[in-house]
Design a binder for this molecule. Structure first.
Ligand code: SF4
Length: 157
């Protein structure tokens, strides 16, 4: 599957917060991709900038770009532009380049870098919201490790 890296961490956050994955009114494939990722730690993942497998079927996807808007920031209105900005920050801190082919467990293993730098990644967002995201991602990673029996020397926090 192709994946924007922020979608990966959104899925892990939602897993940590106990959210159920159901079809969304936008008709995108987030729930399907989430269930694959949660089930298979060796799922092949190609990190992309731009439209990914989550976007498949989305009513906001027009000519291979997201036409949705965001309302929680003053410096961005277009979701596509904001997603590109966000993905660049996450890939920077995690040391991952666009078009890298990896798998789910490898992304879990770099999640400590995402967590350690989360306030940099989301600077400009509400800080308490980012702190809640952080706690949910930590829980999601912990749940994932336990679910799949992943052994790490330092797990990253
Ligand atoms: S097209 Fe935009 S709103 Fe739809 S899933 Fe992709 S990023 Fe989200």
């Amino acid at each position: 599957m192709k994946l924007r890296i922020h979608h990966f961490f959104d899925i892990i956050r939602d897993f940590g917060s106990g959210k159920d994955f159901f079809p969304h009114p936008y008709l995108h494939s987030y729930h399907k991709i989430a269930n694959i990722i949660l089930k298979d730690p060796f799922q092949r993942v190609e990190i992309v900038i731009g439209t990914d497998s989550v976007c498949e079927g989305c009513i906001k996807l027009k000519e291979h770009a997201c036409t949705d808007i965001i309302t929680h920031r003053k410096d961005f209105t277009g979701k596509e532009e904001f997603n590109i900005y966000l993905d660049a920050r996450i890939m920077e801190v995690c040391g991952i380049e666009a078009d890298t082919v990896t798998n789910t467990v490898s992304l879990i293993k770099v999640s400590g870098k995402y967590i350690d730098n989360i306030h940099y990644i989301y600077s400009g967002n509400d800080k308490s919201h980012t702190e809640m995201r952080k706690l949910s991602v930590i829980k999601g990673v912990d749940n994932y490790i336990r679910k799949h029996g992943i052994i790490t020397s330092r797990f990253l926090f």
